[in-house]
Design a protein around this ligand. Structure first.
Ligand code: PMP
Length: 399
């Protein structure tokens, strides 16, 4: 019989295999010094960061840093408990109000991370006899939220409206249904056909939740994500989001116009049984959201201009990129070995990208997951394109 620790031993073998092939650890690269939102010294080498989800490049936003420092002085380093137990700091409430305002919605619940927002909200809202209908390519936090709750989970084919409709129609008449969609999918960077998904969901009596983790500050005229871009803000019931990407810090939230949602605080275990967001994070997230409100359009223009340099260049070089141009650019590799070769060449040419392996993607696959930032300079973009060109030449030479 297998030993309890065999799981760890087995995964260690896989990890060692990856490190052996790469000659370094692509899954634990040491970021020794951050030089800017888009540049760091990694294992002794200066690299352009092309995988950090820092879409608006705001991790060094001076006002956010100042406000965080003040909050540290005034309120300390942490809350040391959940809001149920240790109470809500004034900043928690104010930030919830700010996010609700940003989305033009009435209610907001703050979670400590985006992962917890999905896990907490999904496990709380859908119970026994209810149905959660999710896209097959959903993020792990959506899957985990479903697992933690008692609802029946139905998966539909990625971005396939007809398949969603077919599955909804099979569910018992009158049953409670929640359809869960993502704005931009985190690995391949494709948008959901949200307008159609919303139509089909509403026709079949389902509530709709959209996880806008990768689309806040990226899509929509005001950065309110795919629901703004698709013109369905008044039809989506719940929006999940995170501060860990465009907002440049950490934290999650759920906004809604349904007043009942306020009571999820008493049901979502990922809200009740974990420490609340520290004051410095609350302060920096608030400052950055204000900045996005004021200057988001300009930042998003830079982001999309930069995206329009990188995505077509990689496509032109023959890399297998996702189906549409967004700042999330997943580059599919034919094998783990080839993925590691390309990753290494990019690193040697001063570009760091994320290596995505199962379970983040399907078994047997390897994806170099890139993300463009508004803060990438023209010189950095040139470095990126040159590095991918070098990787292409290296692959051709090895073939
Ligand atoms: N939802 C999606 C779609 C994500 O991609 C992520 C993180 N990659 C999360 C939720 C979790 O967010 P966080 O990292 O802020 O916990």
């Amino acid at each position: 019989m297998a030993d309890l620790l065999d799981k760890f031993r087995n995964i260690q073998k896989v990890h060692q295999h990856v490190v052996g092939l790469a000659g370094r650890d692509p899954l634990g690269a040491p970021f020794e010094k951050m030089l800017s939102p888009t540049q760091a010294v990694i294992d002794g080498k200066e690299c352009v960061l092309l995988g950090s989800n820092n879409y608006l490049g705001l991790t060094f936003f001076d006002e956010a840093i100042e406000k965080a420092k003040t909050a540290l002085d005034v309120a300390g380093t942490g809350t040391t408990g959940s809001r149920m137990a240790n109470g809500s700091y004034i900043g928690h409430k104010a930030l919830e109000g700010k996010i609700a305002d940003f989305y033009n919605m009435k209610h907001c619940l703050l979670f400590t991370t985006g992962y917890q927002a999905n896990v907490g909200f999904l496990s709380a809202i859908a119970g026994k006899d209810d149905y959660i209908i999710i896209d097959a390519d959903s993020h792990a936090s959506i899957y985990d939220g479903c697992k933690l709750g008692d609802a029946t989970v139905v998966r539909f084919r990625h971005n396939n409206v007809a398949d969603l409709e077919r599955r909804l129609k099979k569910l018992p008449e009158g049953s409670n249904k929640l359809v869960v969609i993502e704005g931009i999918y985190s690995m391949l960077g494709d948008r959901a056909p949200l307008k159609e998904f919303v139509r089909v969901s509403k026709e079949n009596g389902a509530y709709v939740m959209v996880d806008e983790a990768h689309s806040l500050g990226v899509l929509g005229e005001n950065g309110r994500g795919l629901l703004e871009e698709a013109g369905v803000e008044d039809q989506v019931d719940f929006v999940l989001g995170t501060f860990s990407k465009s907002v440049g810090t950490i934290g999650g939230f759920c906004v809604s116009n349904h007043s009942e949602v306020e009571n999820a605080r008493f049901l979502a275990r990922a809200y009740m049984f974990t420490a609340s967001t520290p004051p410095s994070i609350v302060a920096s997230a608030g400052a950055t959201i204000d900045h996005i409100k004021k200057n988001g359009k300009e930042l998003m223009k830079k982001l999309w201009d930069n995206t329009a340099v990188v995505y077509p260049a990689l496509k032109e070089l023959g890399f297998k990129v996702g189906p549409e141009m967004t700042p999330v650019i997943g580059v599919a590799m034919p094998s783990l070995e080839e993925g590691i070769r390309v990753w290494n060449t990019l690193y040697e040419n001063g570009v760091y990208v994320n290596m995505a392996l199962p379970p983040a993607i399907p078994a047997g696959k390897c994806l170099l997951r890139c993300s463009v930032s508004a803060a990438h300079t023209p010189e950095q973009l040139e470095t990126v394109v040159k590095a991918f060109t070098a990787a292409k030449h290296a692959a051709e030479a090895a073939a």
